[in-house]
Design a protein around this ligand. Structure first.
Ligand code: MN
Length: 288
């Protein structure tokens, strides 16, 4: 299944080129809640009370022209893998990888959906795109083995881990509002039997910057879940951004960023630099 949010938080199945609204079939789906109706559905799958969607007689809404929203507008946690491809480690001259650094957290308030704009914070610091496979947790996971890890996955989505190259701490540099574009939908795990063989491509301004296969991950999806769950309990609706390959680069006002992951989807967002300020003028700069 492909599950999306649209029209101010309504939950839809994506079938071919259509959306089918199934919001009223989710018990307790409160479209006004910050986690959203899809987060609620993931919880019902986790506790065994999930409905089988009944699509008989339902009207279809063409995807073309429908305004999709982030499928998880406020995930429980967003976990990132700092250096998880060897070619990205080389391009950044890093001497360490995820195996040394562990994981980091991004603010869950940084999520935006398809068609929205990444806001550049600083006019004189690079803000880069990082195209990544996103893993959506479906079952509570604590100290799970790599062999059992995929049993805890609800599905997959496209994630852009937007990052400003300032001197601030990593969690700050990746947590500005709009810095986690997510979507366009979540593909359930049954459609992706092996997440470690997916082609990934990220274009900026019509030029391909990143092209890889998730087979090149240093920590595979299984390894990441096993390692992360040894640090912190993973809950249904948490998201792991699995890391970015080589080809990160600066975003400019007016750019379009397109992330395409095989069998998962195609996420497109814009870039707005009109509110960027010089780094030296950020609030608190002169405090001590
Ligand atoms: Mn990243």
């Amino acid at each position: 299944m492909r599950l999306a949010l649209f029209n101010k938080g309504r939950l839809a199945l994506v079938e071919g080129s259509d959306l089918i609204d199934v919001t009223d079939q989710i018990a307790g789906a409160d479209t006004a809640s910050p986690g959203g109706a899809l987060h609620r559905y993931i919880e019902t799958v986790a506790d065994g009370s999930a409905v089988q969607f009944d699509l008989a007689g339902r009207s279809r809404i063409p995807l073309t022209g429908a305004a999709l929203e982030a499928p998880l507008p406020r995930p429980g946690k967003i976990i990132g893998a700092p250096v998880n491809y060897l070619d990205h480690k080389a391009e950044m001259d890093y001497t360490t990888s995820v195996a040394d650094l562990g994981i980091f957290l991004k603010a869950n308030s940084s999520v935006i959906g398809p068609g929205e704009d990444i806001l550049l914070p600083y006019s004189d610091k690079r803000t880069d795109q990082e195209g990544e496979l996103g893993v959506v947790i479906g079952r509570t996971a604590s100290h799970v083995s790599a062999d059992d890890a995929l049993d805890h996955v609800f599905g997959y989505t496209c994630v852009l881990d937007i990052t400003v190259r300032s001197g601030e701490d990593r969690s700050t540099r990746k947590s500005f509002d709009t810095f986690t574009p997510l979507g366009p939908w979540i593909v359930t795990a049954d459609e992706i039997p092996d997440p470690d063989t997916l082609d990934l491509r990220c274009d900026v301004g019509g030029t391909t910057r990143q092209r890889t296969t998730t087979a090149d991950l240093i920590f595979s999806v299984r390894d990441l879940i096993a390692y992360t769950s040894s640090v912190m309990t993973l809950h249904p609706g948490d998201v792991i951004a699995t890391g970015t390959p080589a080809g990160v680069g600066p975003l400019a006002h007016g750019d379009r960023v397109v992330l395409d992951i095989e069998n998962v989807g195609r996420l497109e967002v814009g870039v707005d630099g009109s509110r960027a300020i010089p780094y030296d003028q950020r609030p608190g700069r002169h405090s001590r």
